[in-house]
Design a protein around this ligand. Structure first.
Ligand code: NDP
Length: 449
């Protein structure tokens, strides 16, 4: 139970715990939002009376299904897949699919819940949803991944549609998986419905800059956070956890804006390269060869690799957690503060534990929560849907400049809302309230649905 919730919100939270047993990550995500909504409830009591928060906490629909598939040796495997269609007040359900052995309903619900507010903040006409499977793509052949994706889509297709539910990628789901999923959707439905999936390949409906969007958007957001402190990224030392899609393009944009990124990681270890991470090498290892990060030192022999290393002990001005949930805890936060960190912003979803977020707040560190800071990915997915609907093909520059403006606007909205509700500089409060109000108003306008 949280000491930071007033009586009404505490009752709502207890009900969420009771109705969703064992779903710790979902509880954490709900608690983090409810803790910031006290001032909203006082200002808009009608949302309390009409149980808007309780409705937001209950997904509109949850789909759980079996995915049988066969490996290259002919052996049968059974995985479980999920699609949680959380909230469609602002548009079709929108959110990625995650393939990782840790996936269960509680992870997908936390991600789907966050997605509602993130998508609202992006100011795009998209609702919130999320999906995934406990399938582990690591070590699988392309054919095995294809058979798995085809089997998954053979069930999922009936729930999708460009005006209904539009999945994309997340951990373990990139262009390759989206290709297999789209191919099977097209085959079953006999429809070339480009807008039914985003993150597509550039030759068949994908949008330039989607691959870069989450990482680039994160760094644009950090740039705005620094500008608000009359500072800039130029000359800053940056540490980025992860070495997947979000991490790679955060490293790229931070470097373009004059920062030096000295460390990144994967689930096995940490690389520290004091001369600055060699991005071409990183892309080759991770995007082309799909190898472990440890291979980095084969080429960059001066760099240091530490197995199970502690990335948050590397001193930096800007820390960007871009790997996974709860990867930065209270101890890590203390170390970052001691080492003089100025800005922390979440590229991953909920990578910072509540204790760590409190330590940053108490130390006056600017902290950008994922639902604002990593919204560039889904916003660009919504741009991909626009491009598909207009049967057009946009340039990289066009999409990147839209992305940049979207991130500037999200920052402004979170910053100003925090001010308006009495927590200047607190982006968690600002992002939660701004996102909540947009969804709550739309839900309220549509009656009891
Ligand atoms: P990728 O699969 O491309 O990369 C994930 C990275 O995180 C890999 O380096 C992976 O290492 C590491 N990682 C994953 N799980 C763990 C773990 N349990 N412990 C340590 N490291 C881990 O995923 P993305 O870059 O797409 O996603 C990263 C985060 O960003 C996720 O939280 C995702 O939800 C969020 N996000 C992604 C968006 C996107 O557009 N892709 C949009 C918004 C948010 P390894 O290879 O060893 O597993």
């Amino acid at each position: 139970m949280s000491a930071r919730l007033d009586e009404k919100l505490d009752l709502i939270y207890r009900d969420v715990l009771h109705r969703n047993p064992g779903e710790e990550e979902f509880h954490q995500a709900v608690q983090e939002v409810l803790e910031t909504l006290g001032p909203v409830m006082s200002k808009y009591p009608e949302f309390v009376d009409r149980k808007v928060i309780q409705r937001i906490c209950e997904p509109e629909r949850q789909i759980i299904f079996r995915v049988p598939w066969q490996d290259d040796n002919g052996e049968f495997h059974i995985n479980r897949a999920f699609r949680v269609e959380f909230n469609s007040a602002l548009g079709p359900y929108k959110g990625g699919m995650r393939f990782h052995p840790s996936v269960y309903l509680g992870i997908i619900k936390f991600l789907g819940f966050e997605q509602i507010f993130k998508n609202a903040l992006s100011n795009m006409p998209i609702g919130g949803g999320k999906g995934g499977s406990d399938f582990d793509p690591k070590g699988k052949s392309d054919d095995e991944v294809m058979r798995f994706c085809q089997s998954l889509m053979t069930e999922l297709y009936r729930h999708l549609g460009e005006n209904t539910d539009v999945p994309a990628g997340d951990i373990g789901v990139g262009k390759r998986e989206i290709g297999y999923l789209f191919g099977q959707y097209k085959r079953i439905t006999n429809r070339y419905e480009s807008g039914v999936l985003t993150g597509k390949g550039l030759d068949w409906g994908g949008i330039l800059a989607r691959n870069e969007a989450t990482g680039y958007g994160l760094v644009y957001f950090v740039d705005e956070m620094l500008k608000a402190k009359k500072d800039s990224l130029d000359g800053k030392t940056v540490v980025v956890s992860g070495s997947g899609n979000v991490a790679i393009y955060a490293i790229e944009k931070a470097t373009q804006l004059g920062a030096k990124v000295i460390a990144c990681s994967d689930s096995s270890g940490v690389i520290v390269d004091e001369e600055g991470i060699d991005l071409d090498l990183l892309k080759q290892l991770k995007e082309v060869e799909r190898r472990r990060l440890s291979a980095y030192t084969d080429t960059r022999t001066h760099a240091k690799y530490s197995e199970n290393g502690d990335i948050w002990s590397v001193a930096c001005d800007v820390a960007l957690p871009c790997a996974t949930q709860n990867e930065l805890n209270g101890k890590d936060a203390k170390k970052l503060v001691e080492n003089g960190v100025v800005v922390v912003a979440e590229g991953a979803n909920m990578p910072t534990t509540p204790e760590a977020a409190r330590i940053f707040a108490e130390a006056g560190i600017a902290f950008g929560p994922g639902k604002a800071a990593n919204a560039g990915g889904v916003a660009t997915s919504a741009l991909e849907m626009q491009q598909n609907a207009s049967r057009d093909c946009w340039t990289f520059e066009h999409t990147e400049s839209r992305l940049h403006q979207i991130m500037v606007d999200i920052h402004k909205s979170a910053f100003e809302t925090a001010d308006e509700f009495g927590s200047p500089g607190n982006y968690v409060v600002g992002a939660n309230i701004a996102g909540f109000l947009k969804v709550a108003r739309a839900m309220d306008a549509m009656g009891l649905v």
